[in-house]
Ligand binder design. Structure first.
Ligand code: PLP
Length: 484
């Protein structure tokens, strides 16, 4: 940003931000049981050797409980605290009307009830499958997989079943080097050899490299479009032709679908199988390990391989059936029902125009922010996200420091083709004021020295945590903490 900027073009201010600290030693908000607990006698009709005589339980008033959870929320950062441009994850605000619908008594349906008594539930499955099919340009959709990664695995199994059914022995799956780690994992888990495709100089698929990698062994090429750099694969039709001419199939990783709603459809680009991350694109809550859903769509030629059971319309109602060559079940019942209700409600509320508008704004916001940031942005123009480089700074330090300015950091150090990557996805939910604040935070951090960065964050409830131990040695209950 330059000194000559006009008043109405003035840079945004950074936020004055401090996260709450509630305990005396700045460590943590005490557990409920640490605040006050008492032994409670236990009487149950269960056998004595399975039960205890008494149980220590927290003993607190309702206001104490309410304050405890409010305090915890104030020590945390979420999409309801401020901007959350965590690239690839599409951290949209989740509108509350979808929660109201999922909390209605009619939504509490036991999945084992006979089909004729859950016609409304089956109808919603059919409606959502139809919506998703139209949005992606796919002919049939399963709602079963519980996450994007599970959708990928399901898609890979469908490709495997298809080739086996045709008597073809194809052992390889091609994945670009910019792909999400789950693409490699899904292919390997299903028993395929993974062929990594180096990106071209423009950050996109290099057609010559692809032609060299493709052959009789190719079962599948997995792509996301726009790719993880936020760049549209302009040669997608040529790519599709190369893959199909070699007898392979084309898989679409739907994590970046938020760039395309109502604008373009993977099915029209030649993709045969795709997953939808409804917890990304269709604003259902995610993060913190909560449930999501990763429905999978396929073209007509592959629908008989979809997981069982599927839902179909009969004269005036719905029933479950098993596709002829099904790969079997990939999750209990039809998947994460309450998540699917929210996705369906969100799509219905936005409608065709609303969805197209959301994607248009997501793309505009990413390009606006890319223009405002002082960090170098090597590629472009972008779709829904861009990848800046922290340059001489360590991207992980930049991320920690951004929290001090009251914004959630971007995704860091991925994709690896951009050194010290800051993968940034503001989504359509932010307005210009918030984007300017976000840019101001970026630019303030860009000017800071190593010492400030290495000791950040300063203003959060917890400072630097030991991330490796947290991942390798999680303590998931207070008993685990107590036993140390
Ligand atoms: C998030 C993501 C996935 C995996 O989806 P999950 O729902 O987290 O399992 C796959 N590919 C890309 C590009 C992603 O961003």
């Amino acid at each position: 940003m330059s000194d000559e900027q006009q008043p109405d073009d003035k840079p945004g201010d950074t936020l004055q931000y401090d996260q709450a600290r509630w305990s005396e030693d700045d460590q943590y908000e005490p557990l409920l049981s640490e605040k006050n607990s008492r032994e409670v006698d236990v009487e149950t009709p269960l056998p004595d050797d399975l039960t205890r005589d008494s149980l220590e339980l927290p003993d607190l008033s309702e206001p104490e409980l309410a304050r405890h959870y409010t305090r915890l929320s104030q020590m945390n950062y979420g999409v309801e605290s401020g901007p959350f441009p965590l690239g690839s994850c599409t951290m949209k605000y989740n509108p509350k009307f979808t929660e109201d619908l999922a909390a209605r008594p009619e939504a509490a349906v036991h999945p084992d009830r006979p089909d004729e008594t859950i016609q409304g539930t089956l109808g919603l499955y059919a409606t959502l499958s139809e919506y998703l099919g139209k949005i992606g340009g796919m002919d049939a959709v399963t709602l079963q997989p519980p996450a994007g990664a599970a959708g990928e695995y399901t898609g890979v199994l469908i490709a495997k079943a298809y080739h086996e059914h045709n008597g073809a022995d194809r052992s390889e799956i091609i994945v670009p080097d910019s792909a999400h780690g789950t693409n490699f994992a899904s292919a390997a888990l299903a028993g395929f050899d993974v062929v990594e495709l180096p990106s071209g100089e423009d950050g996109r698929v290099d057609l010559d490299a692809l032609a060299a990698a493709i052959g009789d062994d190719t079962a599948l090429l997995m792509l996301t479009n726009p790719n993880t750099l936020g760049l549209f694969e302009r040669e997608i039709e040529a790519i599709s032709e190369l893959v199909h001419d070699a007898g392979g199939l084309l898989y679409y990783d739907g994590a970046n679908l938020n760039a395309l709603l109502g604008q373009a459809r993977p099915g029209d680009m030649g993709f045969d199988i795709m997953h939808y991350n409804v917890h990304k694109t269709f604003a259902t809550p995610h993060g913190g390990g909560g449930p999501g859903a990763g429905p999978v769509g396929v073209v007509e030629e592959l629908d008989e391989f979809l997981p069982a059971p599927r839902v179909r319309e009969t004269g005036g109602g719905y029933e479950l059936f098993e596709p002829a060559q099904t790969i079997g079940k990939v999750h209990g019942f039809q998947g994460n029902w309450l998540v699917l209700i929210k996705a369906c409600a969100y799509i219905a509320r936005l409608g065709d125009e609303g969805l197209a508008d959301a994607s248009a704004k997501a793309v505009l916001n990413a390009n606006y922010l890319a223009e405002q940031t002082a960090y170098e942005v090597p590629f472009g123009p972008f779709h829904h996200e861009f990848v800046a480089s922290a340059g001489e700074q360590d991207a992980a330090d930049v991320a920690k420091r951004m929290l001090d300015y009251g914004v959630h950091p971007p995704t860091t150090k991925w994709p690896e083709i951009v050194p010290e990557a800051l993968m940034t996805e503001p989504t359509e939910i932010e307005n210009k004021r918030t984007l300017d604040q976000l840019a101001a935070a970026f630019n303030a951090v860009a000017d800071e020295d190593d010492e400030t960065l290495e000791t950040a964050p300063e203003r959060t409830s917890a400072r630097r945590i030991d991330q490796v131990s947290a991942a390798r040695n999680p303590r998931l209950s207070w008993q685990a903490l107590d036993n140390e």
